[in-house]
Design a protein around this ligand. Sequence first.
Ligand code: RNT
Ligand code: ZN
Length: 418
Amino acid sequence: MNQRERYEETKKMYAALGVDTDAVMEALKKVPVSLHCWQGDDVTGFDHDGPLTGGIQTTGDYPGKAKTPQELMQDMDKALSLMPGTKKLNLHASYAIFEEGEFADRDKLEPKHFAKWVEFAKERNMGIDFNPTFFSHDKVKDGLTLSSPDGETRKFWIEHGKACIRISQYFAKETGIPCVMNIWTGDGYKDIPADRMGPRMRYKDSIEQILSEPYDRDLVKPCVESKVFGIGVESYTAGSAEFALSYAATHEGCLPLMDNGHYHPTEVVSDKIPALLCFFPEIALHITRPVRWDSDHVVLFDDEAKEMAKEIVRNDALGRVYMALDYFDASINRVSAWTVGFRSWQKALLNAMCMPYAKMKQLQDENRLTELMVVQEEIKTYPLGDVWNEYCRQCGVPADGEWFGDVVKYEEDVLLKR
Ligand code: RNT
Ligand code: ZN
């Protein structure tokens, strides 16, 4: 049987369950997923020479890392050519592109410093999401930014946040697609602090000042991302889960952003998604793979990715959840890291969309839980791979088993020559 015939058989199996796989693929093609630029260069950016700070870390020194905007764009293009579906570009402020001899510090950034990214995104029909960069900079004072007790430090970072609001609005206007702007800081303490509330009160005030910058709520979607701890910031994080969620809940127009690496290891974001959807019109996600801690491994088609996707799909929330990948592995080919992560999340969404939820919900509501277990188990071995390969074919990208050689060739021809 060739791939086409296999798909036709598989389609009948899913149809018997009440799932229309043709309709699923059409719907999935329209769902935007944001691709993070920072996997391409180990979260380095172009505006500083110093180390990565903020309690996050990349490990590994795989050859071929992108060192210029041109190289990063070239690598991203290679990865994009191997990914099915609708992509959005996720940028950090530290990826500003300056003209020869030009420089603007983070508090003075302007839309023009991102004009080349806008051009890149427009040529590829992509929207853009944005992140102020509150780390890897000498104005981070004693590990603190927006929550610093030092007024000058806070002011610098508030100005950075405001500049980023203006840039986000520019992205949205240029691309015609709303820009999700995510606020995350690594502010916190390595050891037990004496004052846990003061930094949070200052953090709250700083975010309020940033969001007092005028912007169109239909164009810019500000979010606050929480975190449980960072490297060197083990005892206390100002932007904890309760802080970020309460901030979003009490500030109209601000979304909570959950990163699934940012909770205690037995907590799962899949369960938090439907909880938040009861209250928030829109939420945002950073999708990553925490291995024992917030390690930011490449996203795989694993159990929690599948569960997260299911919660978005079965609550009819594809239009309410902004999905962005967020991981950085410097120990493997970075184009492959991007590609595997993006394809895995697409697979998770496809898997989630190929399930008979009406029937499953009915079993639950009628307390037929034995049968529900059987149905949920048996669907796991349905031939999703045939639908996936057909989806890749329709999207004009290689099927599984057909793309890695391309990356190897790119590594030989381009990456190893840098
Ligand atoms: C860090 C956060 C944050 C960063 C990016 C680079 O733990 O997850 O989202 O990964 O901003
Ligand atoms: Zn994140």
